[in-house]
Design a protein around this ligand. Sequence first.
Ligand SMILES: C[S@@+](CC[C@H](N)C(=O)[O-])C[C@H]1O[C@@H](n2cnc3c(N)ncnc32)[C@H](O)[C@@H]1O
Length: 289
Amino acid sequence: MSVKSALSNEFIVDDISNGLEPSPVCLVYNDDKELEELRVHQKPSHGNEIVTNEESSSYYDGCDCADNCISEDCGCKSTHGYFYTSQHSNQRGLNLNFPVSTSIFECNLSCTCTTTVCPNRIVQHGINIPLQVFKTRDGRGWGLRTLQKIYKGMFVCEYAGEIIKTEEAKRRWEEMNNNAIARNYVLCLKEHNIDPIHIGNAGRYINHSCAPNLQIYLVRINSLIPVAAFFAVRDIEIGEELTFDYSGADDHCGQSGAMIDGIEDKKGMKKCLCGSEICKGMLPFDQSL
Ligand SMILES: C[S@@+](CC[C@H](N)C(=O)[O-])C[C@H]1O[C@@H](n2cnc3c(N)ncnc32)[C@H](O)[C@@H]1O
């Protein structure tokens, strides 16, 4: 349900995730035409983005910690790495003091620890920060901003969508280029591609910036297919737009994720409107497609 703001001409929808996330994702818009563009079947950030949402077992071995993984002896952490630390106000986040050269492994369904207490579980709990989808005024379409200060290392949301093969990604990209709006949503990872055009979460509204505040890391939980998770690479102020680099540059996850953006009117690359001082001028484009 949407309500008209008392302070402006905008309408507000409280939660476009329909309660699928622990924290609501609200939307501000100006008219019904804008709203119509946004009709996407929502996926929870903490569900995996493959055919089934719920896993009943894990592909990975688990730990048998009796202390809910507080100690460094946790089997998951000692096997795969110590990725998360306590950060601002004791919140858990990614330790960005060390480069992450592999996927991040969280505790999973094979572990004996308690899901709600274990400190090695962050991404699987979903969006915990109030986010807002809004219409940019500079031609970049919709964007996503934060309604709470985000500290460096904090998890923001997943890039959730349909998992598609490269052939299908190519087909959809061709189709997208014949479309009047021509916005691309396919994220290419080494192992698979994610397309949130029909089914997705808030991650699909994150625009590109040549000086981004988020970075994608691959996180393995229960499924063989890793989750593409956004973590803050610097502190982000209330109301600031969330962005990532579509080229996958500076990706510490060892398996870079790139968007297959590009070709405007089939003549050239798409102009980048990020407005940063180090803007490269054009949106990144995955040449392999
Ligand atoms: C994943 S979508 C992001 C959400 C999109 N803005 C929307 O309205 O749904 C990617 C598309 O957003 C637009 N976009 C994102 N970042 C941009 C930028 N820096 N400059 C110009 N267009 C951008 C492009 O149309 C791109 O194909």
